[in-house]
Design a protein around this ligand. Structure first.
Ligand code: ZN
Length: 173
């Protein structure tokens, strides 16, 4: 397993749409293992492949709070139905470091996907898991949670992150 670099806003790559995985093989499993390792180290509770620069429709999530890991793998996830009622969480994102904002999303979502072994599965998620799945599925479309905020707030965050990036680069040079 390799820890990969996580791309951060405003990296244009994060705005790309990801492609369906054609075959769940060892390469895809290696990608998922790397993603999981990268997410644990970060640390975060969800990661989409595009965040490490791979435009494939692959997501890993682990909501466990204790030592015992319970990773979830979603390949080519598709929404079957979402609830009309929303829930609100204060969201952050490994690609938008240090920034948090309240986002409303459907409280439940029913999805189909392929699992780690390429088996077709369905899941009815609610609450935190539903929010996390929807946040990660947005990444597959090139959408970040800051896109749901007011233009003013979004611009402020992007400007702040751009400045951070620049000063980081200066130190490296
Ligand atoms: Zn994210």
């Amino acid at each position: 397993m390799t820890i990969r670099k996580i791309l951060t806003e405003p990296d244009p790559f994060l705005r790309q749409k990801s492609y369906d995985v054609q075959k769940v093989d060892d390469d895809v499993r290696e990608l998922m293992n790397d993603m999981l390792e990268t997410m644990y180290v970060a640390p975060g509770i969800g990661l989409a492949a595009i965040q490490i620069g791979v435009p494939k429709r692959v997501i890993v999530i682990d909501l466990s709070k204790d030592e015992k890991k319970t990773p979830l793998y979603f390949i080519n996830p598709k929404v079957i139905v979402k609830s009309k009622d929303n829930s609100t969480y204060e969201e952050g994102c490994l690609s938008v470091p240090g920034q948090f904002a309240e986002v409303d999303r459907p409280n439940e979502c029913h999805i189909s996907y392929l699992d780690y072994d390429g088996q077709k599965k369905e899941l009815k998620a609610e609450g935190l898991l539903a929010t996390c799945i929807q946040h990660e599925m947005d990444h597959l479309e090139g959408i970040l949670f800051i896109d749901y905020l007011s233009k003013l707030k979004k611009n402020y965050i992007v400007k702040k992150l751009s400045k951070q990036k620049k000063s980081l680069e200066r130190i490296v040079v």
